[in-house]
Design a binder for this molecule. Structure first.
Ligand code: ADP
Length: 201
């Protein structure tokens, strides 16, 4: 592979606002937001891989690493082919991947993460509230059942939080995820703009 995609990773527990912030940032020219949750949800539900996704996500579990990274790679290649994402022009905002240590390791070959936005919220009840609101708005089955939501927090603590240790501490920015969407966006932008200037030099 010729070039590793310059990337910013959005990491944080379910409901913390990765998708909300990722979408806003992705609407700014020069950024491309790629959320693996959206990627999985856009699959044909009756296809083999669509059924596999539902099997895992409905239990609050991660889709197996191999399948996830393979699908992610195919998805990125299609985005490039359709000129929706241009690696030389856009910074990839990765939301929901890597979500485990093996994914972080495999993806080293494809991405160059120069900044990690770690969204932090200690108030689990607030996150559960956000997710239940989202369940009503978007009809997400993995967000309706409180037991499944709790399972996803466990999976985050066990499998995703350790991903942070795979990267140099200097590129990790802890961002307080409580506040209005604009406040959180401002906090993120104030961290990523200097990092982008440094990368573009
Ligand atoms: P949230 O925004 O609440 O964290 P997502 O929409 O990102 O949730 O993901 C929904 C579900 O999709 C996850 O619970 C998981 O089953 C699956 N999924 C998303 N990204 C990955 C990944 N990188 N590896 C494995 N499974 C994933």
């Amino acid at each position: 592979m010729a070039q590793k995609y310059p990337s910013i990773l959005l990491i944080g527990p379910p409901g913390v606002g990765k998708g909300t912030q990722g979408k806003m940032l992705g609407s700014i020219p020069g950024f491309f937001h790629l959320a693996t949750g959206d990627m999985f949800r856009s699959l044909d539900k009756e296809s083999e891989i669509g059924l596999e996704f539902t099997r895992y996500s409905s239990q609050g579990l991660l889709v197996p690493d191999f399948l996830t990274v393979r699908l992610w790679r195919q998805h990125v290649e299609q985005l490039i082919e359709h000129k929706l994402y241009t690696p030389n022009r856009d910074i990839l905002l990765l939301d929901g991947i890597p979500r485990s240590e093996p994914q972080a390791e495999t993806m080293q070959e494809y991405i160059n993460p120069f900044m990690i936005i770690h969204l932090v919220c200690e108030d689990i009840d607030e996150m559960v509230r956000r997710m239940q609101k989202r369940a009503t708005e978007q009809g997400r089955p993995d967000d309706t059942d409180e037991l499944i939501i709790r399972k996803r927090f466990e999976v985050y603590a066990e499998q995703t939080a350790p991903v942070l240790a795979c990267y140099n501490k200097d590129i990790i920015a802890d961002i307080d995820a409580l506040g209005t969407q604009a406040e959180v966006l401002l906090r993120i932008l104030s961290k990523i703009m200097p990092a982008i200037s440094a990368v573009k030099k």
